[in-house]
Write a protein that binds this ligand. Structure first.
Ligand code: C2E
Ligand code: MG
Ligand code: MG
Length: 573
């Protein structure tokens, strides 16, 4: 049986080519060949077809074997290359081998041809396999398997290369880090396969914003990096960020479910903000800042570093503030029944009267508590303080309910029902005076544990409320399963409901969903009479917001109620 051989013969003599072909056929090959004798013809044949081997004469009138080899290497081909030539001197043979020829054979001694061809074809297969293996290892080491984008290792190498070019060519380099907001919720609600699918789609959209020189990489779980190598001005990077924000606007569709994606982006520039080593870290700091500020985007500034060391010292001070009391205080905001104007409860909102920094709002310290294990201590303090106020009011004949916010960490504390039961007993308050507010994302962090705790609390008679409803990914199935009494529509929808059709639609649907499940619906963020009236028309049960009252200290709230149209129910009313 003959073996097919696609042979490119670089040779000026037809007769010599014929001799070569005869020898090949004799050796069991069936050559499919083309004969060329110039560089142009060779290069066009190489690009037109796939070849198994090249045979080249050493010298021809218009071409030679060394140039033919160079041409082969220039286009990145690694084909067996055998020189078949009249007698050449030892020095030329060495030169040819050094240039990368695999063998040379004298035309007068063609007997050596077949063993050489067979050996070189075998070697070429081995070389190809090795190359393939190397490419695979390289790909695995530098590619993220989920999105097929370059990974962190590749990204860091690219930063170094790009900064080196920037240094030579005198231009800036921009680095962006983008972190998907609330990605955990997607994983927890829809499963990891859907989370991966979302990341892949985000990767595809990000790639579509690139114009050629930029590199997009997946740096970690829900973190992407984008390197912009040639910045002419800081505005360029803003334009880039805008492009990214635009392409994320349309919802992603995973298994038929539309998912809105929001991201926090941090930018740092070389050489303005950092050397190549610190560039990634600075962009990271900017990203965290934008997340904290919920600004969507931030460019690095040195004060953000300060902010993090400030955060560290705040943490230590907070521990003391909780222990030694006096510095933490509660403000209460009334919740009114829209139909009657009665105050049906108050929400306890914690504040920190800091000796140097003044009155700090919860957004400045709740996250620190979450991350440092102080949360359970803080929640216990708030709960005790709020129930004490509630109990004192009762003794004066004011029948108020109180709502307390629970963070994810407190909700997933295994002893939660026991802890609360002990506090209620110690103060002597009935459980149905207390409402616990939890957010959708806190539930989603560990739905099973949440369900267990919430069921136990509900059995004790405590009321449960889902706060900031509409901002998370609670599935209706979850909502149905949980023993929830109330949902609070997130203020971001309520505030704009008169000007924004989609917000109005969300408010209306949340009211309907809540009523379908037999829950009371509370609108937070009611800032005007017009909004309150609109909510009344939609059948919303309760309202809370600046239009009624800002959160304030307990005594002030009671004084305010005495002269306002909104009244606390009393034992006599
Ligand atoms: P939240 O539970 O959704 O509380 C409502 C927030 O909206 C409060 O902000 C309140 O002052 C503000 N607000 C009320 N009415 C209006 C309005 O008409 N317009 C606008 N624009 N805002 C309004 P605050 O007190 O800064 O609390 C922020 C968040 O901090 C709370 O959101 C809650 O999630 C958390 N938080 C507060 N106290 C505690 C606590 O004791 N424990 C825990 N874990 N979180 C707390
Ligand atoms: Mg709340
Ligand atoms: Mg809320």
């Amino acid at each position: 049986m003959t073996k097919p051989l696609r042979a490119l013969i670089v040779e000026d003599s037809k007769d010599d080519a014929e001799l070569l072909l005869r020898e090949l056929r004799h050796g069991g090959f069936d050559p499919d060949y083309v004969q060329v004798e110039t560089s142009e013809a060779m290069s066009s044949e190489l690009s037109a077809r796939t070849w198994d081997i090249v045979f080249a004469d050493y010298t021809m009138p218009h071409f030679n074997a060394i140039d033919a080899l160079a041409l082969l290497h220039n286009i990145g081909l690694d084909l067996p290359f055998i020189i078949v030539s009249g007698t050449i001197g030892e020095d030329r043979a060495v030169k040819a081998m050094k240039a990368g020829a695999h063998d040379y054979i004298f035309k007068g001694n063609l007997k050596r041809l077949i063993p050489a061809v067979e050996r070189e074809l075998r070697d070429a297969v081995v070389r190809r396999k090795r190359l393939q293996a190397e490419k695979t290892v390289h790909r695995l080491a530098y590619t993220d398997p989920v999105t097929e984008l370059p990974n962190r290792t590749k990204f860091i190498e690219y930063i170094k290369e790009t900064v080196a070019v920037g240094l030579q060519e005198h231009h800036s380099v921009g680095l962006l880090i983008m972190d998907i907001d609330r990605f955990k919720d997607v994983n927890n609600t829809l499963g990891y396969a859907s989370g991966d699918a979302l990341l892949r789609q985000i990767g595809v959209r990000l790639r579509s914003t690139l114009s050629g020189q930029e590199l997009v990489a997946r740096l970690g779980s829900d973190e992407f990096g984008i390197l912009v190598p040639r910045l002419t001005s800081a505005n360029d990077i803003e334009q880039f960020v805008k492009n990214i924000q635009n392409i994320l606007e349309a919802p992603f569709v995973i298994d038929g479910i539309p998912i809105a994606v929001e991201a926090s982006i941090g930018a740092a520039l070389w050489p303005d903000h950092a050397d190549e080593e610190a560039l990634l870290q600075r962009a990271d700091i900017a990203m965290y800042h934008s997340k904290q500020m919920m600004s969507g985007y931030a460019v690095y500034s040195p004060e953000y570093n300060l902010y993090s060391s400030k955060k560290l010292s705040l943490m230590a001070e907070l521990r003391d503030a909780i222990d030694q009391s006096g510095q933490l205080l509660l403000h209460f905001q009334p919740k009114v029944e829209i139909a009657t104007g009665r105050i049906v409860g108050t929400e306890a909102l914690v504040r920190w009267q800091h000796p140097r920094l003044g009155l700090l709002m919860p957004d400045k310290f709740i996250a620190i508590c979450e991350n440092t294990g102080l949360m359970n201590t803080l929640t216990r303090w708030v709960l005790t303080e709020a129930l004490n106020h509630c109990q004192a009011a009762r003794q004066e004949g004011v029948l108020s309910q109180v709502s307390v916010n629970f963070s994810a960490r407190s909700l997933h504390n295994k002893n939660l029902p026991e802890v609360i039961e002990n506090i209620l007993k110690a103060i002597g308050t009935e459980p149905d005076r207390l409402t616990i507010e939890i957010t959708e994302s806190a539930i989603m962090l560990d739905p099973n544990c949440a369900e267990k705790n919430l069921t136990a609390l509900s059995r004790m008679g405590i009321h449960l409320s889902i706060d900031d409803f509409g901002t998370g990914y609670t599935s209706l199935a979850n909502l149905k399963r949980l023993p929830v009494n109330e949902i609070k529509i997130d203020k971001s929808f309520v505030i704009n409901m008169l000007n924004d059709k989609s917000d109005a639609m969300i408010v209306r649907s949340v009211i309907n969903i809540g009523h379908t499940f037999g829950m009371r619906v509370v609108a937070e963020g009611v800032e005007s009479k017009e909004i309150l009236d609109a909510l009344a028309d939609l059948g919303c049960d309760e309202a809370q917001g600046y239009y009624i009252s800002r959160p304030q200290a307990c005594e002030l709230l009671r004084k305010w109620s005495a002269t306002s149209p909104w009244k606390f129910p009393t034992a006599s009313s």
